[in-house]
Design a binder for this molecule. Structure first.
Ligand SMILES: [Mg+2]
Length: 171
């Protein structure tokens, strides 16, 4: 149970992700969560720095795709600006849309990373399929009310993962 919630990697932000290491691991595609991973939940202006970084990821040969539980309208607007394909609403952690995204990229789960800020959607879904999962610290503490509740559960699971030696306590 806990292992399914344990990310393979934990980072403070997307910019800490080592793209060379990811490539060396055999990863060729990256699915990104949107809200509080790439952009603040209550913001619809992508940061220039983030857009530049996503361009860099693609330039290095990775396929990139957005996988968001938010509405089509919200996700489409940002996906268009980033010039990347998207799936929304993805209903993570259910696997159907994860599989659709993998199918569209023509990649296996093992060759794909899932990057997101939520343990119970992004990390759980990615782990269930055997993807490489990267847990990022949320960009903003402003969140959908339901998410604030799951953050409490995340904290409890995090304590267990640290106690079991599966994850380090610091980011
Ligand atoms: Mg998120």
């Amino acid at each position: 149970m806990y292992k399914r919630l344990c990310p393979d990697l934990r980072v403070a932000s997307i910019y800490e992700i080592d793209l060379e290491k990811l490539w060396a691991r055999g990863i060729r595609g990256v699915l990104f969560d949107l809200d509080n991973t790439l952009i603040e939940w209550d913001n619809n202006r992508p940061a220039p720095e983030m857009m530049k970084w996503i361009r860099e990821v693609r330039k290095r040969g990775f396929q990139v795709c957005l996988l968001s539980n938010n509405s089509v309208d919200r996700v489409q607007e940002i996906a268009l600006r980033l010039e990347v394909p998207f799936f929304a609403p993805a209903r993570k952690p259910f696997l159907r849309v994860f599989r659709q995204a993998l199918g569209s990229m023509g990649l296996s789960p093992e060759a794909t990373a899932m990057v997101g800020d939520q343990m119970f959607t992004d990390i759980l879904g990615g782990n269930r399929l055997g993807m490489y999962t990267i847990w990022v610290h949320p960009l903003s503490s402003k969140e959908f009310i339901g998410t604030r509740v799951t953050r409490l559960l995340e904290k409890a699971v995090l304590r267990q993962l640290v106690a079991k030696g599966l994850l380090k306590s610091e980011r």
